[in-house]
Design a protein. Structure first.
Length: 198
């Protein structure tokens, strides 16, 4: 009896479906995934840091290496989506306080908009000098392109120490982007150079 019922239901389904043309599937306009720009490695030691090409600056005037009295510039290229940027922020704040007035200037730049940049910079006391709206060409010039195609994820967070001549003295090799734990924040964890800085 069960077999007969199943056979009848199957026959009805087949008969109802026979003779009717299938409706065409709706056209779906799906754009192919965007090709990711290539990843750019960090700038090598000795390479000159490019000019800052940002939409605007928060908490101070744009840094001018020609007139700055700073002997060392710590340049933090960050992104709001990066958990290691947030994790390293307290260490940067401690270093900024420790070296305030001792010839070290801290500069923060991002491709994020003004609101995200302001929220990030305000967590420091005093807030970091922050450039926001870094354009795509500048991200590549700074050796900080992530290679990801998703909007907003263009930056591979990178930290540089730069001399008064704009030349890179040290880079974190995009450690935060590669999800490496940040250094402890003391000078002993940083590589030493045998060359004296000017």
């Amino acid at each position: 009896m069960l077999v007969l019922r199943v056979a009848i239901v199957a026959s009805v389904v087949l008969l109802v479906g026979c003779g009717r043309e299938a409706e065409p599937a709706p056209a779906v306009n799906v754009a192919p995934p965007a090709e990711a720009p290539p990843h750019s490695p960090p700038l090598a030691v000795g390479v000159a840091l490019p000019e800052f090409q940002v939409e605007g600056w928060l908490f101070g005037a744009p840094p001018d290496f020609r007139t700055s009295r700073a002997r060392v510039h710590v340049v933090d290229i960050w992104a709001s989506w990066c958990p290691y940027c947030r994790k390293s922020a307290p260490g940067l704040e401690r270093l900024q306080k420790k070296y305030a007035g001792r010839g070290v200037e801290f500069v923060s730049i991002t491709n994020m908009g003004r609101g995200a940049a302001e929220a990030y910079a305000k967590q420091f006391d005093p807030p970091l000098l922050t450039g926001h709206g870094l354009n795509v060409d500048s991200i590549a010039a700074f050796g900080a392109r992530s290679g990801m195609a998703m909007p907003g994820y263009d930056i591979a967070p990178t930290l540089y120490i730069v001399g008064p001549d704009r030349r890179v003295r040290w880079s974190d090799d995009q450690g935060r982007f590669r999800h490496r734990e940040p250094p402890s924040g003391n000078a002993k964890s940083m590589p030493r150079s045998r060359k004296r800085w000017p």
